[in-house]
Design a protein. Structure first.
Length: 139
């Protein structure tokens, strides 16, 4: 069995946003040479997310609106976490909802996706460098 590991880095200029990282993950898969196995993509920061869904701008807009209703950024004083001097309690909650990681099967050297599935990095407290781990195991 082979193992591959790579870190991808992101620095969004805005507080929140979504980036389709499917092509970067596919490049990692090509580099790995693995034809059959499992691929993990993991947000390595507690205010960022990795998830799978459709790459459709209306859906991303809906996510933004929905997440802001679930965990509004302001007023920042509504969260005990922000008593520490932070202002990102909402980002922690948004990450919890959107998820930490995804696992995708690898078949014949390709991501074994369903129709329309793509991998996204979700940022909820941006304006700084954060990393995403890609780990692939298989043959």
């Amino acid at each position: 069995m082979k193992s591959y590991r790579k870190e991808l880095w992101f620095n969004l200029p805005a507080r929140r946003g979504f980036i389709n990282i499917t092509s970067q993950v596919e490049e990692c898969l090509r580099e790995s040479g693995i034809q059959s196995g499992l691929l993990l993509v993991n947000a390595m920061h507690i205010t960022a997310s990795v998830f799978i869904n459709d790459d459709e701008s209306g859906l991303h807009h809906d996510y933004e609106k929905w997440l802001e209703k679930l965990a509004p950024h302001e007023p920042v004083g509504q969260y005990r976490h922000n008593d520490t001097g932070e202002d990102n309690a909402d980002a922690h909650m948004k990450r919890q909802v959107m998820g930490r990681e995804v696992v995708v099967a690898v078949t014949n050297g390709q991501l074994d996706f369903g129709t329309w599935e793509q991998i996204f990095y979700g940022e909820f407290d941006g304006k700084r460098k954060k990393r995403v781990l890609v780990k692939i195991i298989g043959e």
